[in-house]
Write a protein of this length. Structure first.
Length: 417
C-alpha cells in the first residue's frame, strides 16, 4: 500500500477561517518571486497572467460571497469585474481572454491591496454555517488557480531566451521504482463522489460501471522511457498515432515533450539536466496515446483509474489522495517519481469528459463551473506536483483538450488481463 506523505498545513482539519487564510496566503507566496512585469505577461490564450489569477480568485470571493451575502458591502472597484470575470455568462460582459496580458493596470501591488481588503471583509462570513458549501467551493477554486498560476508563469518564462528562474534551486534526484502492476478482477464498481465532503458537481452523481479485468501500472512513464520512444521513431511512425494526433504532430513539428531541449528541460528553476528516472510531463493526450500504443499497452479509462484508487475491500488497498509529490508550500514543482498513485503528474485517461448519468448543473452562476465544458476534452486523474495537497481525491475529474500540454500531464499505462 502506498505510504502517505506528511500532511500539508492546508489539510489538517483546521476550521474554515484558518483554511481560508492558509489558501489565500499560499497564492500570495507563489507570486512573491515575480516582478510586476513577470506577473503581467500572457504567453498564449490558454494561459493567464499571474496577477490575473490573484485578481480573479479575489473577484470570486467578492462577487459570490461579499456582494451577495455581506450586508452593505460595496465593490472595491466597480470596473474590475469586467476584467477579472473568467467565463461566467450570467455575470455579464468581460474582457476577451487573449487580452488579459494587456492589463498593465491595475498593478500587482494594486491587486495585493484588493486581496487584503477582501480578506478583511470575508472575516464576517467565514463563521456562517449556511455559507460553508460556497466557501468550500471558493477554496477549491483558488487552489485550482494556484496550479494554473504555476503552469502559466512557467510557460511565460519559457519564452525568455535568458532561461530566467523563479527559484534558484536544483532538482533532487528522482526516485527509481520498478514497473509493477495493480491488478483488478473486474466486475461492478461504484464511481463518483460518495462522501459528505466537498466535491465539484462534475464528480457525481455516483453510479455503477462494469469493468473487465485489467491492470494499472504502479508508476508513471519516465523521461528515460520517453527517450527510447523518440529514438525508436515514435514521432515519425504514423501507425502509432490517432489521425488527429498525427495531423497535430506534423502541423506543429512536434519532436519531444514541451520544455525539452537536448538533455535538459525547462523548470521554474530554469534549465536543468533532465533526470531519466523522473516522470515525463508536459505531454498531450495525443502523445500519451501514441506512447501507449508503442509500448504495447493502452491508457486506462477514468473508471479503471478510480477503481484502483479506491481499492476493493478485502482484496485491494485504497490509495491515499494526500500522498505522493504534491504542493505544500511556495517551492518549485518538480516531478520526482515514486509508487504513489497521486502526485507528480496528472494522468491521462482514454475517457472523454462527459456528464455522468443523472448529472444536472447546480443552479445559478456557479453552475457554469464545469458542466458547460463537457465537450471535446479528456479526463485526467490524480494530482500533480503543482496541485495543493488535499485538493484532489479519487473521484476528481480534471480535463483538457487533446493537444494541450502546458500543464503537468503524464502517463500511467494500463493493460487488459
Amino acid at each position: 500500500m502506498p505510504h502517505a506523505q506528511p500532511r500539508s498545513v492546508l489539510t489538517l482539519g483546521e476550521d474554515l477561517p484558518a483554511r481560508y487564510a492558509a489558501v489565500r496566503a499560499l497564492s500570495q507566496a507563489l507570486a512573491a518571486p515575480l516582478s510586476d512585469a513577470d506577473a503581467t505577461i500572457q504567453s498564449m490564450e490558454d494561459a493567464s497572467p499571474a496577477k490575473w489569477h490573484l485578481a480573479h480568485t479575489t473577484w470570486f470571493w467578492e462577487t459570490f460571497l461579499l456582494r451577495d451575502h455581506a450586508e452593505g458591502y460595496a465593490l472595491y472597484d466597480e470596473n474590475w469585474p469586467f476584467v477579472f470575470n473568467s467565463y461566467y455568462e450570467t455575470e455579464g460582459e468581460r474582457i476577451a481572454r487573449f487580452s488579459r496580458g494587456m492589463l498593465s493596470r491595475p498593478t500587482l501591488s494594486d491587486i495585493v491591496e484588493w486581496r487584503s481588503h477582501v480578506d478583511a471583509a470575508m472575516d464576517g462570513l467565514l463563521g456562517r454555517e449556511e455559507l460553508a458549501p460556497l466557501i468550500e467551493l471558493g477554496l477549491s477554486h483558488e487552489q485550482q488557480h494556484q496550479e494554473l498560476l504555476l503552469t502559466d508563469i512557467k510557460h511565460a518564462l519559457f519564452q525568455n531566451p535568458l532561461g530566467v528562474k523563479m527559484w534558484d534551486v536544483s532538482a533532487a534526484k528522482a526516485h527509481s521504482s520498478p514497473n509493477d502492476w495493480h491488478s483488478h478482477p473486474g466486475g461492478i464498481a461504484r464511481i463518483g463522489h460518495q462522501t459528505d465532503g466537498f466535491a465539484f458537481d462534475n464528480e457525481g452523481p455516483a453510479h455503477r460501471v462494469l469493468l473487465e479485468p485489467f491492470a494499472l501500472s504502479s508508476r508513471l512513464v519516465t523521461n528515460g522511457e520517453w527517450d527510447e520512444f523518440i529514438a525508436d521513431g515514435g514521432y515519425d511512425t504514423a501507425t502509432l498515432w490517432l489521425s488527429d494526433g498525427w495531423g497535430w504532430v506534423r502541423e506543429n513539428a512536434i519532436r519531444a515533450p514541451l520544455y525539452w531541449r537536448d538533455d535538459e528541460q525547462f523548470t521554474h528553476a530554469g534549465w536543468q539536466t533532465r533526470d531519466p528516472d523522473a516522470p515525463v510531463t508536459h505531454i498531450s493526450y495525443f502523445e500519451a496515446d501514441a506512447f501507449a500504443s508503442w509500448a504495447g499497452h493502452r491508457l486506462p479509462t477514468e473508471f479503471e483509474w478510480e477503481a484502483i484508487a479506491r481499492g476493493q475491500e478485502g482484496e485491494l488497498p485504497a490509495h491515499d489522495p494526500q500522498g505522493g509529490n504534491q504542493l505544500d508550500d511556495a517551492t518549485p514543482p518538480l516531478p520526482r517519481g515514486g509508487a504513489e498513485l497521486f502526485g507528480d503528474c496528472w494522468q491521462f485517461t482514454r475517457s472523454g469528459y462527459l456528464p455522468y448519468p443523472r448529472f444536472r448543473p447546480v443552479e445559478g452562476a456557479v453552475g457554469e463551473y464545469n458542466g458547460k465544458f463537457m465537450s471535446g476534452q479528456f479526463v485526467l486523474k490524480g494530482a500533480s506536483c503543482a496541485t495543493a495537497r488535499g485538493h484532489s481525491r479519487a473521484s476528481y475529474r480534471n480535463f483538457f483538450y487533446p493537444h494541450q500540454r502546458w500543464q503537468f500531464t503524464g502517463v500511467r499505462l494500463a493493460k487488459d488481463i
